[in-house]
Design a protein around this ligand. Structure first.
Ligand code: NAP
Length: 317
């Protein structure tokens, strides 16, 4: 039986991955912080340990030989100190805790922040990183640490850069309905997206069939502009399309307040890291996950994916 250890198992993507792997017959364990989310997962037969990745002494005796390890701790909208603690210190602590355990793979899940403002050309795994935010720089430091561990100790690290993760339970429709979600500028920049269930499929494929030291872009087939995505979602959910805040005003508010919730009424506090991500132009290719790993997506474009949010809306929104 395949076995998984998921850091961030109580989070949005981590819990979806746990459900997917349990459904495929894996034995699943994980680390999270929230007791209530942990007890929901324990009903699935998943073992959850409450630990802080920033505290090395809380991570002892975690790994078992043959574990596929997934690191999904982090966030795109937290305070910079927290971003570094979970995005870099936590990765270093996890690697130290697992170095001698004989794990099968370690899949680090990160964002497109490594590509900075993005590009007018299609981004592939061969595109050189060019971060323009703290989140992007932290991601590359974490990657570099794991590459050194791979070279020196054979630590089986693989790197997944995921597009915007969306799906049921994100409360996006609710945020639109309550006018807590706003475009920055006209939203004409492209985003590459991935449905949370498809991300789980990609992560399992990277663990089982991916190669250590390689980067994999987890995105669907069709990049879409921010405005086109939210207009489509609003139309299908019959809620107002998002309003828009000029970029200069957003930048001024971030400079003035640091992390600001004033624009989003607390939806996802806007700091420089999130600003850089949501204004970047990321048209990414998924050729590698399709051709090398044989991944089949359940939601190849946002058009199919949006329907899953509507089907779920009454339950989670
Ligand atoms: N959101 C996106 O669109 C997007 C896109 C690309 C990549 N990513 C990356 O994908 C990963 C997962 O994203 P997500 O949306 O699933 O995030 P999420 O829902 O915020 O989940 C984060 C997880 O990390 C755990 N965690 C936070 N701080 C911790 C700590 N100090 N020690 C141990 N566990 C801690 C959380 O535990 P509790 O919930 O129990 O507190 C939760 O399980 C993140 O690294 C994120 O940066 C996100």
């Amino acid at each position: 039986m395949s076995q998984a250890l998921i850091f961030g198992i109580t989070g949005y993507a981590g819990s979806a991955l746990a459900r997917c792997l349990v459904g495929c017959g894996w034995s699943v364990r994980g680390i999270g912080r929230s007791e209530s989310a942990a007890s929901d997962l324990e009903h699935l037969g998943v073992e959850v340990e409450i630990a802080d990745v920033g505290e090395p002494e809380e991570l002892t005796d975690l790994g078992r030989p043959g574990d596929h390890v997934f690191y999904l701790v982090g966030s795109i909208s937290g305070h910079p100190d927290w971003t570094e603690r979970v995005g870099l210190d936590g990765v270093i602590n996890a690697e130290a805790a697992l170095a001698a355990a004989g794990i099968a793979s370690f899949v680090l899940v990160q964002t497109m922040a490594a590509y900075g403002e993005g590009s007018d050309e299609t981004i592939t795994e061969a595109t050189p990183p060019q971060p323009n935010s703290q989140l992007g720089r932290i991601s590359l430091f974490a990657e570099q640490h794991l590459r050194e561990a791979l070279n020196k100790r054979g630590f089986p690290a693989r790197f997944v850069r995921a597009g915007t993760i969306y799906g049921p339970g994100r409360r996006t429709v609710e945020a639109l309905r309550n006018k807590r979600l706003r475009m920055l500028g006209g939203g004409e920049n492209s985003s590459s997206r991935i449905h949370v269930d498809d991300l789980a499929t990609v992560l399992a494929a990277v663990a089982e069939r991916g190669r250590s030291g390689e980067v994999y872009l987890a995105v669907d087939d069709q990049p879409v502009s921010m405005a086109a995505y939210f207009d489509h979602l609003a139309e299908r959910a019959d809620v107002p399309a998002p309003g828009s805040t000029p970029k200069w005003l957003a930048r001024a508010m971030i400079a003035g307040f640091g992390l600001t919730s004033k624009l989003t009424k607390g939806h996802a506090p806007l700091g420089h890291n999130l600003y850089a991500l949501v204004t970047g132009n990321y048209e990414c290719s998924n050729a590698r996950i399709r051709d090398e790993l044989g991944v089949e997506l359940a939601y190849p474009t946002y058009v199919e994916g949006v329907e899953s949010l509507l089907a779920d809306e009454g339950k989670d929104d």
